[in-house]
Design a protein around this ligand. Structure first.
Ligand SMILES: NC(=O)c1ccc[n+]([C@@H]2O[C@H](COP(=O)([O-])OP(=O)(O)OC[C@H]3O[C@@H](n4cnc5c(N)ncnc54)[C@H](O)[C@@H]3O)[C@@H](O)[C@H]2O)c1
Ligand SMILES: O=C(O)[C@H](O)COP(=O)(O)O
Length: 526
C-alpha cells in the first residue's frame, strides 16, 4: 500500500504509517496540479492539508486510491462528490485542531481590539505612538458567533469568561445545547443588529459562500469588528473592503482568504485589518493530533476496518457498529442473491427489518444490501462509499421499513426489488451469533446458506420435475451438494435451491426450463 503526503504533516503521523508493514510513504509537497495528476495513479492513499487541491481530475487519475485523508477539518479543497462517485473514502481529523483554531480566533479578537500587530510594527520601526493605538475592551460586549460547532462552542465558553454576551446562529444545533455552553441561539438578523464582534465558524459550502456580504454589513452596528478564522469566502472580501473603507466596520481580523496566499489583495493594505497566513491550526499540539488521527484512519481503510472520521460513509459509534456488524455479510449476500434472480430494470429496493434488528441503527446494513445488489447488477466496483450514490444516480428508489414484531425469526431482513417486469422478495436471518440463512424467496419458506454457487428454480410442484433437473445436471457432470424446496401447497407453485459444486452454463439453464417445464431457472454465485 502506497501513501502520498502532499502537504506537510507532523512526523508523528508519518511514523505511524511507516511502522505498518507493507506501507510505503512518500512525501512530496508543492506539487503542481499536473505533477499530482501524474503521480497519484500509483498511490492507494493521499494525505493533504488545506493547500493541495484534490480536483475531479486528480480523483479521476487516482485509479488505485482508496482514501483521501485530510489532516485537519475543512474539506472544501476536495471534490467530495467526485470521490464518492469513485468509491474513494474522504476522511478528516475533525477534533484535533479545535482548541488551536479557538485560541487563534480569540487571539485575533484581542489583538484587533488592542491594535497589537499595528503597535508592534510601529514600535519596531522606531516609533513610540501611545495615543495612536487606543483600543476597546471586550468585556460587556456582545459576540455574535455564526456556526456553533466544535470551534464555535469552545469560543463561547472562553468568551463568557471574558464577560462577553454570546449570541449564536446555527440552523443545525439546539437552543438547549447553546444555552448549556453559554450562548443564546438566535437569528442572523439579531446578531447583525446587536453584535459588537462577529466571528464565523461554519464550513465553506455553497450555502455559506458569501453569507456575510453587502446586505449583511448594512444590517450591522456601526463600529462592528469582524473575525474570520474559518474559511476565506464565507465573508465576501469585496463587501468587507467597502464596509471597512466606509467606516461601518471598525476592524477585521482574518486568518483565511478567498485566494491563498492573498497576493495583491487590497485587504492587506487596510491599517485596521489584521491578518495571519492561515495559522488557525498551526500549533505543535494540533498538528500532532491531526497527523495521528489521519494516519490511523488511512491504516484502517487499508485493513478494511471502520474509518470513523469518514465523511462520505455512514459513520456509526463503535457500540452501534458492534451490534449490526454480524448482519453486514448477510445483507450483502441478500443483495447479491436477489440481483441474480431478478429480471428487468430495478426501480425500487425496499429493505425491511423485523424483530430485534429493527430497533438498531441499520443505515450501514441497508448500504450493505445495496452494495451486494449493485455490484452484481452493474458489474462495476461498488462499495460502502458509493453504493447509495450509485443507486440515486440510477434512479433506484431506496426505502427502509422497520417492524419491531419478531414473527418466526428473532431478526429478519427482507429485500424487495420492484422492477419493470415484476417483484422479487428474498428474506434472510442470522441464527445464533453469525449463522446466516436465506429463509424465504417470493414468500416460499426455504433454508439455505447464502454462499457458493446455486441454481434457483421456480416451477410447479409435481412428480418428475426434480428428477429431470437432476438428470440434466448429472449428464453434464455438475455435482449437486444440497437441495431445498419451498412450496405453497401440494402440487402448487414452488421454488427450489440446488447448491452445486460446478459452474452452470446458461444453455443448461435453458435446457432445464424447457425439458423439466420450469417457470424459470437462475444461476446464482455468491
Ligand atoms: N483557520 C484554520 O486553520 C481552521 C482550523 C480549523 C477549522 N477551520 C474551519 O472552521 C470550520 C469549522 O470547524 P469546526 O470544527 O467547528 O466544524 P463543526 O462542523 O464542528 O462546526 C461547523 C458548524 O457550522 C454549522 N453550520 C453549517 N452551515 C451553517 C450555516 N449556513 N449557518 C450557520 N451555521 C452553519 C454547523 O451546523 C456546525 O455546527 C471548518 O469547516 C474549517 O473550515 C479553520
Ligand atoms: O480546516 C482546517 O483544519 C484548517 O483550515 C487547517 O488547515 P491547515 O491544515 O492547512 O493548517
Amino acid at each position: 500500500m502506497k501513501v502520498l503526503v502532499t502537504d506537510p504533516i507532523s512526523e508523528e503521523g508519518i511514523k505511524i504509517l511507516k511502522s505498518e508493514p507493507g506501507v510505503q510513504v512518500d512525501i512530496e509537497t508543492r506539487l503542481t496540479k499536473e505533477q499530482l495528476i501524474e503521480k497519484i495513479k500509483d498511490y492507494n492513499a493521499l494525505i493533504i492539508r488545506s493547500e493541495t487541491q484534490v480536483t475531479k481530475e486528480v480523483i479521476a487519475a487516482g485509479k488505485n486510491l482508496k482514501i483521501i485523508g485530510r489532516a485537519g477539518v475543512g474539506i472544501d479543497n476536495v471534490d467530495v462528490p467526485a470521490a464518492t462517485e469513485k468509491g474513494i473514502i474522504v476522511a478528516n481529523a475533525p477534533e484535533g485542531n479545535t482548541i488551536a483554531a479557538c485560541e487563534h480566533t480569540l487571539s485575533m479578537m484581542l489583538a484587533m481590539s488592542r491594535n497589537i500587530p499595528q503597535a508592534n510594527a510601529s514600535l519596531k520601526s522606531g516609533k513610540w505612538e501611545r495615543s495612536k493605538f487606543m483600543g476597546v475592551e471586550v468585556m460587556n460586549k456582545t459576540l455574535g458567533i455564526i456556526g456553533l460547532g466544535r470551534i464555535g462552542g469552545e469560543i463561547t465558553k472562553r468568551a463568557r469568561s471574558f464577560g462577553m454576551e454570546v449570541l449564536a446562529y446555527d440552523p443545525f444545533t439546539t437552543a438547549e445545547r447553546a444555552q448549556q455552553i453559554g450562548a443564546r441561539l438566535t437569528t442572523l438578523d439579531e446578531i447583525y443588529e446587536k453584535a459588537d464582534f462577529i466571528t464565523v465558524h461554519t464550513p465553506l459550502t455553497p450555502s455559506t459562500k458569501h453569507m456575510v456580504s453587502t446586505a449583511q454589513f448594512e444590517k450591522m452596528k456601526k463600529g462592528v469588528r469582524i473575525i474570520n478564522c474559518a474559511r476565506g469566502g464565507i465573508i465576501d472580501e469585496a463587501a468587507l473592503l467597502e464596509a471597512i473603507k466606509s467606516g461601518k466596520v471598525a476592524g477585521a481580523a482574518l486568518d483565511v482568504f478567498e485566494k491563498e496566499p492573498p497576493v495583491g489583495s487590497p485587504l492587506l493594505e487596510q491599517p485596521n485589518i489584521i491578518v495571519t497566513p492561515h495559522l488557525g491550526a498551526s500549533t505543535a499540539e494540533a498538528q500532532i493530533n491531526v497527523a495521528i488521527t489521519i494516519a490511523e484512519q488511512v491504516l484502517n481503510a487499508f485493513k478494511g476496518l471502520p474509518v470513523t472520521t469518514a465523511i462520505n460513509i455512514p459513520i456509526m459509534k463503535p457500540e452501534v457498529m458492534e451490534k449490526v456488524k454480524p448482519f453486514l455479510p448477510l445483507a450483502e449476500q441478500l443483495g447479491k442473491f436477489a440481483a441474480q434472480i431478478t429480471d428487468g430494470q430495478i426501480k425500487e429496493a425496499i429493505v425491511s427489518y423485523n424483530g430485534e434488528i429493527a430497533q438498531k441503527d441499520v443505515t450501514l446494513v441497508t448500504v450493505a444490501v445495496l452494495k451486494g445488489l449493485l455490484d452484481v447488477k452493474l458489474g462495476e466496483p461498488v462499495n460502502y462509499v458509493n453504493a447509495k450514490h450509485i443507486a440515486k444516480d440510477r434512479s433506484i428508489n431506496v426505502a427502509e421499513t422497520k417492524l419491531a414484531e419478531t414473527g418466526d425469526y428473532t431478526n429478519l431482513i427482507t429485500l424487495t426489488l420492484k422492477t419493470d417486469k415484476g417483484e422479487t422478495r428474498v428474506s434472510g436471518t442470522i441464527f445464533g451469533k453469525s449463522d446466516a440463512r436465506i429463509v424465504e424467496i417470493q414468500g416460499y419458506r426455504v433454508d439455505a446458506v447464502p454462499s457458493g454457487t446455486m441454481i434457483v428454480t421456480r416451477h410447479q410442484d409435481r412428480p418428475g420435475v426434480i428428477g429431470k433437473v437432476g438428470m440434466i445436471l448429472g449428464k453434464l457432470n455438475i455435482n449437486i451438494s444440497g437441495m431445498v424446496v419451498g412450496r405453497d401447497a401440494v402440487r402448487g407453485d414452488a421454488v427450489m435451491i440446488l447448491t452445486v459444486d460446478d459452474e452452470v452454463p446458461a444453455a443448461t439453464l435453458k435446457q432445464m426450463i424447457s425439458e423439466a417445464e420450469l417457470y424459470d431457472a437462475k444461476y446464482v454465485k455468491l
